[in-house]
Design a protein around this ligand. Structure first.
Ligand code: FES
Length: 172
């Protein structure tokens, strides 16, 4: 099949995701309400929401692309660029900040030699500073991929860093 788009990598979704999208959209009285579920599905498959992905969703839901981009930029769970195989999110909101979140975050940055929202050179780890992840009572918290780590001391951060490194070695 020939591609007419000018971009180097045309945006395409798997048939499985397209089938899910076709099922989801009619469930909503207004197509716009399907924006979040569609973005989640696409991020699950692609790892992030590119400009092309946002435009694709806009077209599918008959919205202006800016409406979809507003959603993507508003919700911190949506990534706008590729991230590492391991995703470290350190909470920076009040309870966590008061309990040493910045020092914990610095440890991860130093360990993987990255700035905030950057991915290590080997593509393994992305470190992000995020807003409250709803575990303020056990601050400071760090979420690594889907797992939440509570009451993270500097020693615990060191352990988590070692676990990430060990996991990376096994994976390579
Ligand atoms: S302030 Fe960190 S989880 Fe709420």
């Amino acid at each position: 099949m020939s591609q007419t788009t000018e971009t180097a990598e045309p945006f395409a979704l798997s048939p499985e995701i397209l089938a899910k999208i076709d099922k989801i959209v009619p469930r909503y009285p207004s197509k716009r309400s399907a924006t979040l579920p569609l973005l989640h599905l696409i991020q699950d498959e692609k790892g992030f929401i590119s400009q092309q992905a946002a435009e694709w969703v806009a077209e599918r839901l008959e919205l202006e692309p800016i409406k979809v981009l507003e959603v993507v930029t508003f919700y911190p769970m949506f990534q706008q660029k590729p991230i590492g195989r391991r995703h470290v999110k350190v909470c920076r909101t009040l309870s966590c900040a008061l309990n040493g979140g910045a020092q914990i975050c610095q440890k991860f940055k130093d360990a993987f030699n990255v700035d905030l929202n950057e991915t290590s050179k080997d593509g393994e780890v992305t470190v992000e500073y995020v807003e409250c992840i709803a575990s303020c009572g056990t601050a400071p918290v760090v979420q690594i991929d889907e797992t939440l780590h509570e009451n993270v001391t500097e020693e615990r951060a060191d352990q988590l860093i070692e676990e990430i490194r060990a996991n990376a070695k096994q994976a390579s």
